[in-house]
Design a protein around this ligand. Structure first.
Ligand code: PEP
Ligand code: CO
Length: 447
């Protein structure tokens, strides 16, 4: 019989795990895991299955995937305002994409669980001080002191509590009338309106308003306009946390990771014989896998074989993150190889992680034009192959930050210092996110 205790293959190497004081089998980790195991699920297995069914639709070209949120959520930023503004931004982007493409948009937050980060180096050095790298609020604190950077397993319980509070607000906002399509103007309130993208949004909102009024006058007022489904997602990185939140679903007797609806495996943890792939193979959530420019067709097919041996529709999403300069060379062979093997996956473009560079001032940033160019390359490749450009995966915030350069507001490298707030990678701000949505909507309309 499948139990959680004997589910996962023992002895596999898990990359990118924190050096917990006392070790992974020590008393502090044990106590945190025991507490997590006693807590109720954050999401329900049935919701994960609903999402999987929608992904299957998107893989067939009948829906579009929009996933967005912080690179790294923080406990401090889990405030009502910050959560609301991220949801509003995603709802606005979804409205734009849906309006111009006439496709249903699957809305997914990098939210309510995105608290752990893989790092390229285990340590960070400033001057002659060397400390453990920041690995996300799930592990340690961003502040550059020895005590802040020491991993603390109790933070995993805080991840659960903060995710729970965030999801509660997400559910209230998206089911309680706020996401009603008639609120399409409201979602823009509080954001700068005097930008050209703001004007464009207001015009579109007017048109949607007229269309809804017309439908109502004709007697149609469907409930589906009144609330939206909004799913949670994060990188399944800290395996102690994810395993503690893996439960056997009472309906199906199958294991699900109930920490989020959708989980993805990062570029640094997708080793075919590694513990992250084994973990995701054993849970029944829909699974994403990041694929960078070194990914081969063989990697992709082996991942499919391990994670989806029964060819379940909607199970696998490949999130490619090649970089604007590489996507046109690297993506065609992958998509072609997977398609020719007969595998059905959802192809999603992450135009963020292959386009990061360091500005002369030392800030990690991304050019809006590179982000757009990667999305453009993604659409071109799929058009040439006759496959579906299924969605986008974006690091964004509803705040008016200056972390990525370019866009309509023409943020320069010199401007970065004025409002650079991310705990990890640079995010598109509200205006840049909307601008991206309009540009992607055009590509989607012309696909
Ligand atoms: C991320 O999504 O924040 C991330 C670290 O991405 P990747 O694994 O693609 O580098
Ligand atoms: Co990131």
């Amino acid at each position: 019989m499948t139990t959680i205790e004997n589910l996962f293959t023992p002895g596999l190497v898990a990359a990118q795990q924190p050096q917990w004081p006392g070790g992974v089998d020590g008393p502090a980790v044990k106590a945190a895991v025991a507490e997590l195991k006693s807590l109720p699920p954050l999401v329900f297995a049935g919701e994960c299955d609903d999402l999987k069914a929608r992904i299957a639709e998107a893989a067939e070209g009948r829906a579009f995937w929009l996933q967005g949120g912080d690179c790294a959520e923080t406990f401090a930023a889990a405030t009502a305002d910050s959560i609301r503004d991220r949801i509003k931004t995603i709802l606005q982007m979804a409205a734009v994409l849906q309006y111009y493409s006439s496709l249903p948009v699957i809305k997914v937050g990098r939210m309510a669980g995105q608290f752990a980060k893989p790092r390229s180096s285990d340590f960070e050095t400033r001057g002659d001080v060397k400390l453990p790298a920041y690995r996300g609020d799930a592990v340690n604190d961003l502040e550059f002191t020895e005590s802040a950077r020491t991993p603390d397993p109790h933070r995993l319980v805080r991840v659960y509590n903060t995710s729970s509070a965030t999801l509660n607000l997400v559910r209230a906002f998206t089911q309680g009338g706020f996401a009603d399509l008639r609120q399409v103007h409201e979602w823009n309130k509080g954001f700068i309106r005097d930008s050209s993208v703001g004007d464009r949004y207001e015009k579109m909102a007017d048109e949607i308003g007229r269309a809804l009024a017309f439908m109502k006058s004709a007697g149609a007022d469907p409930d589906s306009f009144k609330s939206v489904d909004f799913y949670s997602s994060h990188e399944a990185l800290i395996l102690e946390y994810e395993k503690a939140l893996t439960r056997i679903d009472s309906r199906t007797q199958l294991p699900y990771d109930v920490s989020a609806h959708f989980l993805w495996i990062g570029e640094r943890t997708r080793q075919l014989d590694g513990a992250h792939v084994d973990f995701c193979a054993k849970v029944n959530n829909p699974i994403g896998i990041k694929l960078g420019p070194t990914s081969t067709v063989k990697d992709a097919l082996t991942l499919i074989e391990k994670l989806n041996p029964n060819d379940e529709p909607g199970r696998i999403t490949f999130i490619t993150r090649m970089g604007a300069g590489k996507i046109r060379e690297a993506l065609p062979a992958l998509v072609d190889g997977v398609t020719k093997a007969g595998a059905k996956v959802l192809w999603v473009c992450d135009p963020m992680h292959g386009n990061t560079y360091e500005a002369p001032s030392g800030y990690k940033t991304r050019r809006f034009d590179d982000v757009m160019d990667e999305v453009k390359g993604f659409f071109e490749v799929h058009k040439a192959l006759g496959t579906h450009p299924g969605g986008i995966h974006i690091e964004l915030t509803g705040d008016d930050v200056t972390e990525c350069v370019g866009g309509g507001e023409k943020i320069s490298e010199e401007d970065l210092a004025s409002r650079y707030e991310t705990a990890c990678d640079p995010r598109l701000n509200h205006a840049q996110s909307l601008e991206l949505a309009f540009l992607v909507a055009e590509m989607l309309r012309d696909r």
